[in-house]
Ligand binder design. Structure first.
Ligand SMILES: Cc1cc2nc3c(=O)[nH]c(=O)nc-3n(C[C@H](O)[C@H](O)[C@H](O)COP(=O)(O)OP(=O)(O)OC[C@H]3O[C@@H](n4cnc5c(N)ncnc54)[C@H](O)[C@@H]3O)c2cc1C
Length: 355
């Protein structure tokens, strides 16, 4: 387990109470982007990686996502975007990105996202790459469109993969302010409207060499995709814990008749505990993450299924109070559907695990 010195639970709790908890309703119903919360986490040292092992960073970050998701899965997802984004730079050999940009991300001075759903589906044999690059003096010109990238705003950055003249693929880090890049806000989702999600249209966007994460995206992706998936697992762990807590609160309703329902808190607690144990064990025990890829995918799938089960049970236990659209159980139910449809989606996971 991670030391208290690294985890700083009291500080995290204080940041949640001040910058997240009061805004959860606004995030859900008014598409409010909790940017300040994400920046405050960085300022308090929750993103720094210097002098920490890969496992220590991973364990701390999983725990911070889990804790955030107990209050708001939308913001926990934004946090996932930031963490995935930083992972790309931590693994890159590009000195500009590592020395100029990464420290700003880790100190909470900059925020980032990841446009890697399409590349993940490309590498899973499910889609063509949407972005194409051509060589030009000092870099590349990129064109194409990504339907949804979250955690974006002015002066935010995000990771992309583009095909270079049909031959190889490169991975780059792009600033939202780049010329030729048009962002169109996407709201009207069932949940997640506070995730600062945009459709990104690239029209001959110049990517200078100093923005290139790797010229060999095929190999690079293999290194970073375990962290990409690891950080998604605690989204479900946190939401499940919150649903269980809500089920306990509804115990005395109508003379205690919830005890006759088929799914009870104790069963969910046991399943949650087993998946928490599995997640933290996987994150803490190896630094050869590609070797545990299948186990990781299975855990991610198991977590989605448990989360779905828990949020549905929460709706049943809480009765008509949960049927109010702004209620916490209804918010969790809506948000949980995103976990099913977040790449790797459930069907993508089933495909990868069937091989
Ligand atoms: C709220 C939200 C936030 C997201 N944030 C990110 C993110 O930060 N980064 C990221 O890479 N992905 C993001 N996604 C995409 C997500 O991870 C999944 O890839 C997406 O939900 C699609 O799932 P699917 O595989 O079932 O594809 P489907 O829904 O079946 O779509 C198949 C493909 O059709 C195309 N497509 C779908 N919708 C559109 C559209 N409106 N316009 C044009 N083409 C479209 C895309 O190529 C898509 O991959 C987000 C999605 C949502 C709903």
């Amino acid at each position: 387990m991670i030391s208290e010195e690294i985890m700083k639970n009291d500080t995290l709790e204080a940041i949640i109470q001040e910058y997240l908890k009061p805004y959860v309703r606004k995030i859900d119903s008014e598409a409010y982007y909790a940017k300040k919360y994400l920046l405050e986490l960085g300022k308090a040292g929750f993103y720094h990686s210097e002098q920490l092992s890969i496992n220590e960073v991973l364990l701390r970050e999983i725990a911070v996502v889990e804790k955030t998701a107990k209050y708001c899965m939308t913001t926990a997802f934004n946090l996932w975007c930031q963490l995935a984004s930083m992972t790309y730079l931590r693994y890159s050999n590009n000195s500009y990105l590592k020395e100029e940009i990464l420290p700003k991300l880790e100190k909470g001075e900059l925020l980032g996202g990841t446009g890697l759903s399409n590349p993940m589906k490309f590498y899973g044999g499910m889609e063509e790459l949407h972005l194409k690059a051509t060589r030009t003096e000092g870099g590349y010109l990129v064109s194409g469109a990504l339907p949804s990238v979250s955690n974006l705003d002015d002066n935010h950055w995000f990771g992309i993969v583009a095909e270079v003249e049909g031959a190889q693929r490169l991975m780059a880090y792009v600033c939202c302010d780049a010329e030729g890049l048009r962002l169109k806000e996407k709201i009207g989702y069932l949940g997640l409207n506070g995730s600062a999600t945009y459709a990104c249209q690239f029209k001959n966007v110049f990517i200078p060499e100093k923005w290139i994460i790797s010229e060999d995206a095929d190999t690079f992706i293999e290194q970073v995709r375990p962290a990409f998936v690891f950080y998604q697992i605690p989204l479900g762990l946190g939401v499940t814990a919150a649903a269980i807590r809500s089920i306990h609160r509804a115990r005395a309703k109508q003379g205690g008749c919830n005890r006759y329902l088929p799914i009870q808190a104790t069963e969910l607690e046991q399943e949650l505990e087993a998946l928490q144990e599995q997640t933290y064990k996987l994150a803490g025990e190896t630094n050869n993450f590609p070797s545990i890829w299948k186990e990781l995918l299975q855990t991610r799938l198991d977590v989605v299924n448990l989360t779905s089960k828990a949020v549905h049970a929460n709706m049943v236990h809480s009765g008509s109070a949960a049927y109010i659209s702004k209620s916490d159980p209804a918010r969790r139910l809506r948000e949980s559907y995103f976990l099913i449809n977040l790449t790797p989606t459930v069907r993508h996971l089933e495909k990868l695990l069937s091989r």
